[in-house]
Ligand binder design. Structure first.
Ligand code: IPE
Ligand code: IPE
Ligand code: MG
Length: 236
């Protein structure tokens, strides 16, 4: 009841995308290793996903690991992959939450057991009717578009049949609405190769708060601000 009333007061974006940034700086501030920041960030992710499901959001897409993040020390990359493993194994426990999970990105270089767990999670949640949760892993917008172009060329489609719609349908987000709201905490003001095609008309929201400290209060404030934006899409 409480949420229904609130929803009426502030319509939700259709698709929120979050760049979960600032784990390393959060850890440093506490005198902890970067890995502790990723552990804390993973907790925040679970809380925010659950919250989005509770308020009735349709789509949430989170940036968990970029195509550029392989440049980090091997130990850090392994730590992040192990957190992903934990999440994928744990997801069993969230079945009753009715969240449909999908993974965006190039899975090829990921470990076999992770790939299997990803498929298992996708299959087992495919009939869920609550939040559509997309987790971007080894995701890069340029990589996604390059892969799409390759697929299109391979299909032998006629040049005049190449449309924006066709390109969209060859991206990881095919059949999903474009993100209308992109949130980046941690005080950085860039997309870092995130959803660069899909975010052509998104609204952006930045905050200095570091991802592990991001809470439902920040999300509520962001949504409130979103509702004050005047979206014109090139019109008047
Ligand atoms: C985001 O936090 C997590 C990933 C990119 C995997 P960072 O690890 O980038 O944290 P900062 O930006 O160094 O503080
Ligand atoms: C973007 O954060 C990627 C993720 C949050 C997964 P980065 O920390 O990698 O981005 P830059 O390096 O600050 O642009
Ligand atoms: Mg960062």
């Amino acid at each position: 009841m409480f949420f229904k009333k609130k929803l009426k007061e502030r319509p939700l974006p259709k698709h929120i995308a979050i760049i979960m940034d600032g784990n390393g700086r959060w850890a440093k501030k506490q005198g902890l290793p970067r890995s502790a920041g990723h552990v804390a960030g993973a907790k925040t992710f679970k809380n925010i996903a659950r919250y989005c499901n509770k308020i009735g959001l349709s789509y949430l897409t989170v940036y968990a690991f970029s195509t550029e993040n392989w440049k980090r020390p091997q130990q850090e990359v392994e730590g992040i992959m192990n957190l992903l493993r934990d999440y994928l194994r744990d997801a069993e426990n969230f079945k009753d939450e009715n969240i449909r999970v999908r993974f965006l990105g190039n899975r090829e270089p990921l470990a076999d057991d992770i790939k299997e767990l990803m498929l298992k999670n996708e299959n087992e949640s495919k009939n869920a009717t609550g939040l559509n949760l997309n987790i971007a892993i080894n995701y890069g917008g340029r990589d996604e578009i390059t892969t799409a172009v390759r697929e299109i060329v391979k299909s032998g489609v006629a040049v005049e049949d190449i449309t924006e719609e066709l390109i969209s349908q060859n991206l990881y987000t095919k059949d999903m609405p474009d993100p209308d709201f992109i949130i980046r905490p941690s005080g950085e003001y860039r997309l870092s190769n995130y959803l660069i095609w899909q975010s052509a008309y998104a609204e952006y929201w930045f905050s200095d708060v570091l991802w592990p400290d991001f809470s439902s209060k920040h999300l509520e404030k962001a949504i409130e601000d979103f509702n004050k934006r005047n979206r014109r899409f090139g019109g008047v």
